[in-house]
Design a binder for this molecule. Structure first.
Ligand code: SAH
Length: 480
């Protein structure tokens, strides 16, 4: 490759990396170019070169891809939060589906995986009886991705940093990609419209009473971030101001003004005096309301406090977990394990159709939330363990003889620990439902189970994060 730094060249984008950069090839050398779309012909400038690949900056799109659209957000390129905003939603969905499908074929070696369109699904879901007679009917099916009906403004949670511009004025917005420079922008199109009103109230209040934003270099100033959450089903709003102190001057006034935003239910402060990138402090001071907001996913009620984990896209979460529930095939007599259960979202869905659900989660506060969520919903057949899935499952199975008819797993990106998968194989549940946010580790784990007596029946992706490269997948496996 006889190019060097700052040279420009022209290339066609053929693929996309896991973090959303376009990929183009010149004489076998691979270029990563952000802000491009598969099918674009672009002019790019060399930024950095390694032995077999390099990074270049998009200068000009010389021939746009048919998949290219004008990003709605004026800050799309500088922000970096949405890697795929220049791609039409239809293409985004295709891109995500292909990524998962290809990983299952390449890493998972599921050669027989058959893509079907919705109308055909019944054939793929042939009755158990037919399956043994005609092995071809066994071929696992890959169902069409579940896309979002309303891709914009889907996020129920937002965190905005505060800072000052060069004239010393209070600004809020987002950090410019991988830096700590704040770009003023008070309306993220993935977030709710109320964010805008709330930010304006806080900024005006700070201006009026001369309350300074926190400065990361000097560690002086008070207001660091604001966390805003909304219950989509209830309309309830929560504001939590993260401050470098334990009170805000004239806080009664701020509380009063924030209440003018419709639906305001909880206002609090989070104390964070540390020199850290972690946004939230551990101590919460409640200023108004019960300290939490309520929301529903399906018919299950959740109590969300400033520090609790909660899915950011509740609408798609319901669709994803309904798919998992459907795949679990419960009749009311099953004992089910929900490994990596978080605040118990899947467990509480399953509990309504199962005899008993056991949830396992490593974060103690999440388990506390899960237990409380079970309680406020009157669900009595769900029990939760704090611990690692790979430790709790073997212990409960081998020492205490607790079995499972169905095991659901929803691990973090690194997938399941092998010890956990080993125990699943030993336990031998009829069905395993794998919910995944990383198709490479999903494919690896599916291969492991396929080599040990399980086979894949169905795969379905669900898009929870419009405009980003992330995608969720549900896989149904059953005992061969
Ligand atoms: N289904 C959950 C979210 C799962 S996200 C919900 O809706 O709330 C993955 C979860 O796995 C996280 O809550 C994380 O804390 C937990 N986790 C990570 N490693 C784990 C391990 N080794 N054992 C059990 N839980 C783990």
């Amino acid at each position: 490759m006889n190019l060097k730094k700052n040279d420009t060249f022209t290339v066609t984008i053929e693929d996309m990396s896991d973090d959303g950069a376009g990929i183009g090839k010149l004489d076998g050398y691979i270029w990563f170019i952000k802000d491009t779309v598969i099918g674009d012909r672009v002019e790019a400038k060399v930024m950095k070169m390694k032995k077999s690949y390099g990074f270049a900056r998009l200068m000009k799109v010389t021939a746009p891809s048919p998949a290219r659209v004008e990003p709605l957000c004026p800050a799309a390129r500088r922000c970096g939060g949405c890697q795929l905003q220049a791609m039409s939603y239809e293409e985004q969905l295709k891109f995500k589906e292909n990524k998962v499908y290809n990983n299952l074929i390449r890493i998972g070696k599921l050669e027989g995986l058959r893509r079907v369109v919705e109308e055909e699904t019944d054939k793929g879901e042939a009755e158990e009886g037919e399956l043994s007679e005609d092995r071809r009917a066994f071929r696992p099916v890959f169902l069409p991705i579940i896309g979002m009906e309303n891709p914009w403004r889907y996020r129920n949670k937002a965190q905005f940093p505060f800072g000052t511009d060069k004239d010393g004025k209070v600004v809020t917005g987002f950090y410019a990609g991988r830096t700590h420079t704040i770009i003023p922008q008070e309306d993220c199109l993935l977030g709710v419209e109320e964010n805008r009103d709330i930010l304006k109230i806080i900024r005006d209040f700070m201006d009026r009473f001369n309350i300074r934003p926190y400065d990361e270099t000097s560690c002086e100033g008070l207001v660091r971030h604001v966390l805003i959450r909304k219950g989509f089903a209830t309309g309830e709003l929560m504001v939590c101001l993260v401050i470098n102190g334990s009170r805000i001057p004239y806080q009664e006034k701020l509380v009063e003004e924030l209440q003018s935003a419709g639906g305001m239910t909880s206002i609090s402060l989070s104390v964070n005096r540390e020199r850290t990138n972690v946004i939230m402090g551990k101590e919460i001071i409640h200023l108004f309301g019960p300290g939490y907001i309520t929301d529903f996913i399906g018919n299950v009620k959740y109590r969300i406090s400033p520090l609790s984990f909660y899915q950011v896209n509740p609408v798609q979460t319901e669709k994803l977990y309904r798919t998992a529930l459907e795949y679990a095939g419960l009749t009311g007599n099953e004992v089910v394990w929900d490994l990596y259960c978080g605040i118990g979202t899947i467990s509480l869905f399953l509990a309504q159709k199962a005899k008993k659900v056991y949830g396992v989660e490593i974060v103690p506060q999440a388990v506390e939330d899960a237990r409380r969520n079970a309680q406020i919903n009157g669900i009595e057949n769900a029990e939760f363990f704090v611990g690692k899935a790979e430790e709790v499952l073997p212990e409960e199975y081998e020492k205490n003889g607790i079995y499972g008819d169905v095991i659901v797993v929803d691990p973090p990106r690194k997938g399941c620990d092998e010890k956990c998968l080993d125990t699943i194989v030993k336990m031998g549940p009829e069905r395993v439902v794998y919910v995944s946010c990383d198709s490479a580790t999903l494919a690896r784990d599916v291969r492991f189970l396929c080599d040990r007596g399980y086979e894949v029946r169905k795969v379905r992706c669900c898009d929870m994060f419009f405009s980003t490269v992330h995608v969720e997948t549900v896989v149904l496996m059953s005992k061969r």
